[in-house]
Design a protein around this ligand. Sequence first.
Ligand code: NDP
Length: 346
Amino acid sequence: CKVLVSGANGYIAMWIILELLKQGYSVRATVRSVSKGKHPKKEFVKYGDKFEVVIVEDITEEGAFDEAVRDVDAIAHTASPFHFNVQRPEELIEPAVNGTVGILQSALKYGSRVKRIVITSSVAAIVHEGVVPTTFTEEDWNHQCLEIVKNLGEKAPNLMKYRASKMLAEQAAWKFVEEHKHQIRWDLAVLNPPLVFGPAIHELTNPTSLNTSAKMFYDYVADASVEAVGSNFLSQNGSCYVDVRDLAEAHRLALEKEGAGGERIIINAGVFKWQDFIDATNALSPIPRLLKPLPRGIPHSGSAHPGAVHLVSYDATKSDRILGLKYRSISNTTEGTLADYAARGW
Ligand code: NDP
């Protein structure tokens, strides 16, 4: 059984590939250039010809995935920009939407063996900000970010531009499936994770090269020189997370489980405040020694504090019901991540 994974050199994709290879699948991985394929090839060398890399230079070009989808049984589409270094909203929206529709189009035309496509969407396509604590479900859609980006254009907060890119990409995917339901021989499953933390196996040179979510974890949990643990908006309002290894397993299960077809599924381990991870770090025995001193914050002022506010949470019962997914604890994610930093000499 062969799975095509797009954006293979990314943080989440590398763990998806490892999960698939470990479970005996063959993987065809897409990256944008030969040089970006070097690290994945090295990382998965022991899997021999069960792992191959192909180049898809520009995912926004029509037919970009036409060759890549041939002879694969399933697709996991993760490639999409997740960063806030952007001016025009289209810089994020175009690759997100065109990449998604493009891979579906290629699968329709040339993916004669494809049975299931899993797209890595995000809670960005679900959440909308308010002042009342809210638990969101798969029924919710983030129309708010579209309004903000429509009204403010370049002046919209970059977070809203990113959310709009994920919202529009996911909407476009479901629309494509609806419009082509009589032609396609595969079905679609969409996963909606919140912030993804945990150790990394993609190419990294230093903490600055971490991807957006893992860099946030490093800054607030492992680097006492970043002063703002308490005042960071995620600490004030709370947020949600999932361990990258659990998210990788969720992708495999979403490819395998019959019941995942036609579903969007929230993949959420639970709420957090940065202090929860800081407390978990300081509870490790021994506490890992990193290059920089670890923050202590204000011990036990996190989620367990009686006055703790969590404006946003996500109902993850569907991930249990359909995928049977079990989530790592805050302590386990912290331990794995800090051990990774220590092994890298950070
Ligand atoms: P990374 O930045 O580590 O990986 C992103 C991947 O997408 C890379 O392979 C990157 O290729 C590729 N990519 C980005 N922009 C483009 C583009 N314009 N054209 C082609 N390829 C592109 O991010 P993550 O692993 O964190 O994210 C992977 C997916 O998961 C994304 O869809 C993201 O929206 C989603 N997600 C991530 C969350 C998180 O907290 N990390 C939370 C929820 C969803 P290259 O290296 O060449 O730029």
